[in-house]
Design a binder for this molecule. Structure first.
Ligand code: FAD
Length: 482
C-alpha cells in the first residue's frame, strides 16, 4: 500500500541522514503500533496497518523540512511520541510517514511553577527535573516513565494527580502549546490557556505540538499505601471518604474488586485471597493519620512504602489507571476494558451492572477531581457527570463477543454511566470531545489538505485517502466485522 515514492525517500534520507529514516524491519513494525491490542475490536481493525517509513527529526527545523516534503508529496503524516496510546491513535491507517518526535526532547526550563519543554520530552524525565526544582507534574499517566509530553497532550486524559488537579484539560493545567502547521511552508502557531484545548486530545490531527508549557504543583513527599478489606462496601465507603477528604494531600485514590489484585503478580504476596484493595498516595506527614482512620474503619494496611525522590521503583502506580488492564491481560488475555465516569448514584450503577452482566465486569475505580463534561458527547450520549470529586474508573470486562461488548456499552448509557469508548480509533466515537467543532475548524486552518493522521477525525470532511488505493480498506473498516 505504498504512498511514499522513491523521490520522497531520497529527500528524507538527505535531510535527516539514513540512520533517522526507518524503512523496513522490526523497528518499522514497532513504530507503526501502539497498545491498540488492548481492544479486541481495534486489534481486528488495525493489526495489518503499517507506516511506509518512519522519519526521526532531531530539531524543529528538521521537523519543518520533513513536514514540507511530505506535504509536497501528499502522503499521510502521523505524529508519534512514545507509542503508548491505547486506541490506535498513532497507528497509520493509510500508511505514509510516521514522524517520531522522540529526539525533540529538550526541557527548556522549570521555573515559576511552569515546565516548558519540547513535545518529545519524556514525562518521567520532566517529573525528575521538576522534583529537583521543588515541583511536580500536576497529573500524569501511569505510563509516565516512558510516554512523552506531546503524546499525553494529544492522546492522554489524566491519571496520577488527577484526584487533586483533574485531567490534563482541567483548570489551567496547560499554559500554552506551540504548534507546527502542515502546509507547503509549515509555520508555528502559539495557543495560550483554554484556547489550547482545541488541539488537546485530538490524536495529532490538529498539527504537530512542538513545545508545551504545563503548570506544575509544589512538590510533595508521598507514602504509597495499600488497604484491604473483605467487604466491598466497607472499603468503598472509606475510600470514597478519603478521596473527598479535603485535609489530606493525595496523588492517587484507586479501588480494585477482587480478583483484580490477584493479577498484580509482584504485589500478590501482600494480599489476602478474596479481599478487595485500595491504593493511595498521600503526603508522608499525613500517612499515620490516614492509616489510623482506615484501621478504625475496619481496613487492614497491607503495604506502606515511601515514594522515592528522585523517582525510583517500586511504584504502586504501575498497577493503577490503564496499567491495571495490562496486568489483567497478562493473566487472562480475554480481558478487555472500559473507561467510565460514574454518577452520584455510583453504588446503584455498580449493582445494576453486576446484576445485568454477572461475572463479566470487575470494578476498578479511580477518583478524580471533577471535570464534569469530560465524557459528554461520546457515542453513548452520557449525561452530565457530577462536579467536585467524581468516581471514574477502568472496569475490566471478560470479553465474549463484540455484540456483548456493545450491549454493555448500551447498558452504561441507559444507566447514566459516562463512557469514553476505548474500542474505536475515531475521535468523535471515543467521547471526551465536547469541543469537536472547534477542533475541526482548527484542523482546517492547520491541515488544509487533511494529511495529518487521516481517518482519526471522522467528521473532518476532507480525507484524500478515502478515494485512493486504500478505499477498499477504509470501506472494510467502516463495515465492521468481515
Ligand atoms: C499500560 C498503559 C497505561 C496507561 N495509563 C494512562 C493513564 O493513566 N492516563 C492516560 O491519560 N493515558 C494512559 N495511557 C495511554 C498513554 O500511555 C498516554 O496517554 C500517554 O501519555 C501517551 O503518550 P505517548 O508519548 O506514548 O503518545 P503516543 O501514543 O505516541 O501518541 C498519542 C497520540 O498523540 C499524537 N501525538 C504524539 N505526539 C504528538 C505531537 N508532538 N504532536 C501532535 N500529535 C502527537 C499521536 O499521533 C497519537 O495520536 C496508558 C497506556 C498504557 C498502555
Amino acid at each position: 500500500m505504498t504512498n511514499v515514492t522513491e523521490t520522497l525517500r531520497t529527500e528524507l534520507r538527505a535531510l535527516l541522514g539514513a540512520e533517522h529514516v526507518i524503512e523496513s524491519g522490526d523497528s518499522l513494525e514497532t513504530l507503526s503500533k501502539d497498545y491498540y491490542w488492548y481492544s479486541p475490536v481495534l486489534k481486528r481493525q488495525l493489526d495489518d496497518k503499517r507506516a511506509d517509513l518512519v522519519a526521526r527529526p532531531g530539531t524543529i527545523e528538521e521537523l519543518r523540512q520533513v513536514i514540507a516534503a511530505c506535504f509536497q508529496a501528499g502522503v499521510p503524516i502521523v505524529p508519534r511520541g512514545a507509542g503508548t496510546g491505547n486506541y490506535g491513535q498513532c497507528v497509520p491507517i493509510y500508511g505514509g510517514v510516521v514522524i517520531d518526535l522522540a529526539r525533540l526532547d529538550k526541557i527548556h526550563s522549570v521555573a515559576g511553577g511552569v515546565v516548558h519543554a519540547e513535545a518529545g520530552a519524556r514525562l518521567g524525565t520532566i517529573e525528575t527535573v521538576a522534583r529537583a526544582a521543588g515541583w511536580e507534574l500536576r497529573c500524569l499517566p501511569s505510563t509516565w516513565m516512558k510516554s512523552s509530553l506531546g503524546g499525553f497532550f494529544c492522546g492522554g486524559s489524566g491519571g496520577i494527580g488527577s484526584i487533586t488537579w483533574g485531567g490534563i484539560n482541567a483548570n489551567d493545567n496547560v499554559k500554552s502549546v506551540t504548534i507546527m502547521t502542515c502546509e507547503a511552508e509549515p509555520k508555528l502557531i502559539r495557543l495560550e490557556e483554554r484556547d489550547s484545548l482545541k488541539a488537546l486530545h485530538a490524536y495529532g490531527t490538529t498539527g504537530f505540538m512542538v513545545e508545551i508549557e504545563m503548570r506544575l504543583a509544589p512538590k510533595v513527599d508521598y507514602d504509597q499505601l495499600i488497604f484491604s478489606a473483605a467487604d466491598w462496601d466497607t472499603l468503598l465507603t472509606w475510600t470514597d471518604g478519603a478521596a473527598r477528604n479535603g485535609e489530606w494531600s493525595k496523588r492517587l485514590v484507586t479501588q480494585f474488586q477482587w480478583p483484580t489484585p490477584s493479577f498484580f503478580k509482584p504485589l500478590v504476596k501482600y494480599f489476602k485471597p478474596g479481599e478487595h484493595v485500595s491504593f493511595l498516595l498521600v503526603a508522608r506527614e499525613q500517612a499515620d493519620a490516614v492509616i489510623a482512620a482506615a484501621t478504625a474503619a475496619g481496613l487492614a494496611c497491607v503495604y506502606r512504602q515511601p515514594l522515592s525522590d528522585p523517582p525510583k521503583p517500586p511504584f504502586i502506580t504501575d498497577f493503577t489507571w490503564n496499567h491495571t488492564t495490562l496486568w489483567a491481560m497478562k493473566t487472562d488475555p480475554s480481558i478487555t476494558y472500559l473507561q467510565a465516569g460514574f454518577a452520584t448514584n455510583f453504588r446503584e450503577q455498580f449493582a445494576e451492572l453486576h446484576r445485568r452482566f454477572p461475572g463479566e465486569i470487575l470494578l476498578h475505580l479511580e477518583w478524580v477531581a471533577g471535570s464534569p463534561k469530560m465524557m459528554r458527547g461520546g457515542a453513548n450520549g452520557a449525561g452530565e457527570l457530577p462536579s467536585g470529586i467524581t468516581v471514574g474508573g477502568i472496569p475490566l470486562i471478560y470479553f465474549k463477543t463484540e455484540e456483548r461488548l456493545n450491549e454493555i456499552l448500551r447498558a452504561c448509557a441507559e444507566l447514566g454511566v459516562g463512557i469514553a469508548n476505548p474500542h474505536t480509533y475515531r475521535l468523535e466515537e471515543g467521547g471526551r470531545h465536547p469541543n469537536i467543532a472547534d477542533k475541526r475548524a482548527f484542523k482546517s486552518e492547520v491541515d488544509p489538505r487533511g494529511l495529518l493522521n487521516p481517518g482519526k477525525m471522522k467528521s473532518y470532511p476532507h480525507n484524500p485517502f478515502d478515494s485512493v488505493e486504500s478505499a477498499a480498506a477504509a470501506a472494510a473498516l467502516a463495515a465492521g466485522p468481515a
